[in-house]
Write a protein that binds this ligand. Sequence first.
Ligand code: SAM
Length: 279
Amino acid sequence: MDETPPLTQAPARKALGQHFLFDPDILRRMAMAAGDPAGRAVIEVGPGPGGLTRALLEAGAQPLIVVEADPRFAEALRTWPEAASGRLVVIEGDARKVDLVAALAEADAAVPAMIVANLPYNVGTPLLVDWLKAAGWRGEMALMFQKEVAQRICAAPGESHYGRLAVLSQAVCACHIAFTLPPGAFRPPPKVDSAVAVLRPLAPEDRFEDLQTLETVSAAAFGQRRKMLRAALKSLAKQRGIAAEDWLEAAGIEPTARAETVDQAGFRRLAKALVSLGG
Ligand code: SAM
């Protein structure tokens, strides 16, 4: 095992959502949460001082591509022996702007790649939405979020956290919460609990590929979640030149239903009916 010391003394930068994990047991659990990374290409966003990076390398990730916005950490990670050998690829920059497909190709990585990350809270959700839409290259994901976001990803109809993120995530992945951590597990501690959401790609025949339409429909439906769907969807229907009642009927959804009771299959029917009726 390489004993490269992590940058434990570096002061955390709040604006970059820096809350670090150092407990080896937690890091090992996190590295394995989406499945065994041995021999798999893995992407980690926000390696920070490298605790999870080390756990992923020890678990056999190959190559491991890390994207870090803080130059202090990127610089330190480049000194690791695995970086010299090319097994660890360190990209310094904003993960929202990095072309991961190009990075995987450049590293000659076998896809689909796993994504394992303790995500910075301010960019976690937009990154997830991009990854859900990714075709072909994205495999299993184990992502640490603030607990409420993990609950929103994994929620079922009728649960208080059920909304757009659950509909989108579950259109392409099977989702569950692997474990929850209290603020005290991190340095410095965040204000809220955190949780690891595991998202495993559904079989191709079970996936719903038109995430763009699903996103538009679920945004409209949950934008006014207390309203009945015939009212909540009225303005989107009008934009597409159709009546909300006709659209709901074509999708087999009661016009008096509310978004929070419509399941994944119902949202897929709504998206398909919108495309076939309203273009
Ligand atoms: N993985 C480390 C751990 O578990 O101890 C650090 C996790 S910390 C919650 C989030 C990390 O993401 C920080 O190192 C931070 O600098 C980095 N970060 C923040 N915004 C980023 C962005 N837009 N792109 C890439 N990295 C980012």
